[in-house]
Design a protein around this ligand. Structure first.
Ligand code: P61
Length: 892
């Protein structure tokens, strides 16, 4: 049986690159400036760039390899690595590196071919390279096979070989990106080559996709691994060549390889003339390293299955809508002539322009003019989510439905090559397609663990049924927290790497301070290493022992610091927040009557400040309304009480206001955030959330220099310098950039709506979740999920463990264990007994979350058989972090 199609990516997102999404006006301007040839558009002018060559996402290991290039002129160790990997994965001993596949073709032809010869091949694309050299390609493909359309017609191949004595037989794996060849046919071709004393030269740039077709469709191959097929396949040839920018997902690079030392000698003698030296071949050391790592990884079964699932899904969606296309190994190749029958000249260019105009998607016409009926829409390997791909397909379908409006282009410059054509055009009145998906492409990815149930049983036992104590390599999908788990952008990384270090005032600090002032409108900016450090300082500066700190629901670290500073936390959140079934929209609101009761009883002077959390975490990520913010601020102004925000998820709160307060529907999140912050006097922020970074925090005051001065004094003692808070300049720089990215309307929408879709899937089958769905997480109500358990049996803690056991998904208890014990040693009994499925920013796709939902639904179906837990070890403070448990026996 072939491996079933995977449900989600076998990796998560490590770093992203932002997509620009130019407006329709900008797109028209860009097209005109590009003379209606989309080749002239830059990626920054494009929404989705549907080209696969050199545009795939690397793994974090490949990215790391970039810095392991030893960049030696001779004898580079990266070359030795490359040689070893090629031999191991592709089975050839002698490797001759080249700067890309053109370099390989150059050496090959120089070594073996002469002007005027003909060359039988199963590919046509290479005509573009051979024709200018006076070598004629003969198409020897068997046009009869429905699946293996890249197969040779063996009789024709034999005849061609006998009549024209070619220099070698050329084969491409997945010829022209469209035609796979079977292993049997490849072997038969090898026999023909051997019989005639010829070399079989195989281009393995797309070997993985071809191997998948063999695994799926060639008789007797279903049980063979991709790695096994790839090796067999490539060993069948005398000489292989590869372009590193295809399956190996490097941005360039290539090589020739063979088992024949004499051939190898030819190549390395020529290489010094054309490419470089035989141990670097015109590549940077880093390129060899990245390519080698890519070759090592490319046969990984789950990755290949994911890749091909995407291609099939994308193609099927277009096909179902009637869009004329041909199969591509890396996408769908649109039949531009049938798509736009009214356009007689250069239909692929007209289609590319119309697609860009209507949606910002770019598809590229390449090569020699003449074969331009096809417009390839290639999927950059691993760089897009299925959600994005579905919408890209929908953009094409939307265009197809208005295809008769698409005008022909008027060519003003003719040329042999597509990239040099220039046109004049008119803009048809095309309806535009708007994307509602992740506004980024995946830049690098991190493989995720695939575990068995037995492994998970051992892991959860060893972790004492505490998901905090699991190792991340035991976790498949990690929804423990959204804290510090963000995928940073390439722009953030660029700032990180460029930051100049210093223990004094860094440029990065100044940039960070400017970003904070711009985002919040607050004057005094104190970096801290994370949120709780800011909370400690704020609490010590603002609380006189004996004072009360009213707040909208406790947060663990916040409350601990208020208490350590001698304060008493009093919960003043609206009652609805404690009712997981209430659909009240603004469950983060403060109940002013509760505040007023405290003021009346104790006097305003007894209140240290109002601790006002935005998008209240433990209530379920519930927002505060703008009206409530205003009312609370007006009240506190009157009584001389300060308002201190926990602005950790303020941006998410701002998005909720945009979504649910009709007065703000057309206001940018950035502007809503500025208004929110007007209604307070200072804020602590755990930067590990909104700021899109992995570490960092902030203490900021609107205008009170005295608080700032006192806080700085503490910063020096607890954290680091006043301008770094213990953070390196690099982290400050990444944080500054993150602050600029966090208010992007598309980003924050994609983030928050992802939580809603997950909750909807669970709700659809009756799994009880906190209503309404919050901004950063979905909270499952363990009290109703495990209704047969007493709260003292820690239902949420048990449920968290069961979800891990079932699916390898890690979630967090937020209930009685987190609430801790009171002064008398009794457990607090919080109204909310929840597990939190927290969504990291820019890390998981909807497909990952579908698997999360599937796992929880499976637990739901067997919920009656689940027992509670008891402590085997209980620490005094914040016991949920280190506490250990064991399951109660059935019937307990
Ligand atoms: C979280 F189980 N949150 O949600 P720091 N304020 C708010 C937070 O959400 C927050 C902090 C302050 C975490 C991490 C975490 O008991 C726990 O940067 C609203 O983590 O110091 C952190 O910011 C503290 C999880 C923290 C916990 C404490 O997953």
């Amino acid at each position: 049986m072939p491996t079933p199609a995977p449900i989600h990516e076998p990796h998560k997102v490590k770093t992203i690159r932002a997509i620009a999404f130019p407006s329709i006006d900008a797109r028209k301007r860009n097209l005109a400036a590009a003379e209606f040839n989309v080749f002239n558009l830059t990626p920054a002018q494009v929404g989705f760039d549907m080209v696969s060559y050199g545009c795939g996402a690397m793994t974090q290991e490949q990215l790391a390899g970039q810095l392991i290039g030893d960049e030696a002129y001779a004898g580079s160790r990266n070359f030795i690595t490359l040689n070893e990997v090629v031999t191991r994965v592709l089975g050839h001993t002698y490797v001759c590196p080249t700067h890309n596949s053109l370099g390989a073709v150059k050496l090959l032809l120089h070594a073996f071919a002469k002007h005027g010869q003909t060359l039988p091949s199963n590919a046509r694309g290479r005509v573009d390279l051979h024709a200018p050299r006076g070598i004629e390609l003969v198409d020897a493909r068997d046009h009869g096979d429905a699946v293996f359309t890249g197969n040779f017609d063996l009789a024709r191949l034999t005849a061609s070989v006998q009549s024209s004595r070619p220099p070698f037989i050329g084969v491409q794996a997945f010829a022209d990106g469209q035609h796979p060849i079977s292993l049997a046919n490849l072997r038969a071709s090898r026999q023909i080559a051997d019989q005639h004393g010829l070399r079989l030269v195989l281009d393995v740039s797309r070997v993985v996709e071809n191997a998948w077709f063999i695994q799926r469709h060639e008789p007797g191959m279903a049980d063979r691994s991709i790695a096994d097929i790839v090796k067999q396949f490539s060993k069948t040839a005398h000489v292989i060549l590869m372009d590193g920018a295809q399956d190996a997902r490097a941005n360039t690079g290539g090589f020739l390889a063979t088992d024949n030392p004499a051939d190898h000698e030819h190549f390395i003698n020529d290489i010094v003339v054309y490419e470089g030296l035989h141990t670097y071949g015109g590549m940077a050391g880093r390129t060899m390293e990245v390519m080698a790592r890519g070759i090592e990884e490319m046969c990984q079964e789950s990755g290949v299955q994911w890749l091909m699932q995407q291609t099939e899904r994308f193609t099927a969606r277009l096909r179902e809508a009637g869009v004329p296309l041909e199969r591509g190994c890396d996408g769908a190749y649109l039949r531009a002539d049938q798509f736009l029958p009214q356009v007689k000249e250069h239909p692929a260019h007209a289609l590319a322009c119309a697609l860009y105009q209507s949606s910002g998607v770019r598809a590229l016409v390449q090569g020699l003019v003449g074969h331009d009926a096809l417009l390839p829409l290639q999927i950059p390997r691993f760089a897009l989510s299925n959600r994005q791909l579905d919408q890209i397909a929908d953009a094409v379908i939307a265009l197809y439905r208005q295809r008769e409006l698409v005008p022909a282009l008027d060519r003003v410059h003719a040329d042999d090559w597509h990239d040099a054509l220039r046109f004049r055009g008119v803009f048809a009145d095309l309806a535009t397609f708007d994307f509602d998906c992740e506004p980024w492409m995946i830049h690098t990815l991190e493989p995720i663990a695939l575990t068995t149930r037995e492994q998970r049983e051992r892991a959860i036992r060893e972790a004492g049924w505490n998901t905090f104590l699991l190792r991340s390599d035991e976790v498949m999908i990690d929804l423990l927290t959204d804290s510090g788990t963000t995928a940073m952008s390439t722009t953030q990384w660029a700032a990180y790497d460029a930051a100049l270090p210093t223990p004094a005032t860094s440029d990065a600090y100044l940039d960070f301070a400017a970003a904070v002032r711009e985002a919040y409108g607050y004057e005094h900016v104190l970096p801290t290493h994370q949120g709780r450090a800011a909370e400690q300082i704020l609490s010590e500066v603002m609380i006189t022992p004996g004072q009360i700190v009213p707040g909208n629901m406790y947060f663990t670290t916040t409350k601990v610091h208020q208490e350590y500073a001698g304060g008493e936390f009093v919960d003043v959140i609206v009652d609805e927040a404690h009712d997981p079934t209430s659909h009240f929209r603004w469950k983060g609101n403060i109940d002013l009557a509760k505040v007023d009761a405290i003021v009346r009883e104790h006097g305003a002077g007894k209140i240290a400040y109002i601790s006002f959390e935005l998008s209240v975490n433990l209530a379920g990520g519930q927002p505060v309304s703008m009206d409530n913010l205003r009312e609370v601020y007006a009240y506190t102004r009157k009584h001389g009480i300060a308002v201190m925000f926990d602005a950790t998820r303020a941006v998410e709160n701002a998005y909720m206001i945009q979504s649910f307060d009709p007065r703000y529907a057309n206001t940018h999140v950035k502007d809503i955030l500025r208004e929110i912050m007007l209604y307070g006097d200072g804020a602590t922020v755990s930067g590990k959330k909104d700021f899109l970074i992995n570490i960092g925090g902030l203490l900021t005051y609107k205008d009170n220099a005295e608080w700032a001065r006192k806080s700085e004094a503490k910063l020096r003692i607890y954290e680091g310098g006043v301008r770094d808070g213990g953070l390196p300049a690099a982290d400050l720089a990444a944080m500054a950039q993150g602050i600029r990215e966090m208010t992007d309307d598309r980003y924050i929408r994609a983030r928050v709506e992802q939580a809603r879709r997950l909750a909807d899937r669970l709700k659809a089958v009756g799994v009880p979740v906190v209503e309404p769905t919050g901004s950063h997480a979905v909270f499952v109500d363990a009290r109703r999920f495990l209704a047969h358990l007493d709260q003292e049996q820690f239902p949420a803690q048990r449920l968290a463990g069961e979800i891990y056991l079932e699916s390898g998904v890690r979630v967090m208890e937020r209930g009685i264990v987190s609430a801790g014990r009171d002064h008398d040693g009794n457990n607090y009994h919080p109204a909310l007994e929840l597990v939190r499925l927290t969504l990291s920013r820019r890390v998981y796709t909807d497909d990952h979350l579908d698997e999360v939902a599937n796992g929880i639904i499976r637990v739901w179906q067997r919920r009656e058989r689940i027992t509670g837990l008891r402590f085997t070890y209980e620490p005094k403070d914040l016991r949920f972090f280190q506490g250990r448990f064991e399951p109660l026996p059935a019937g307990a």
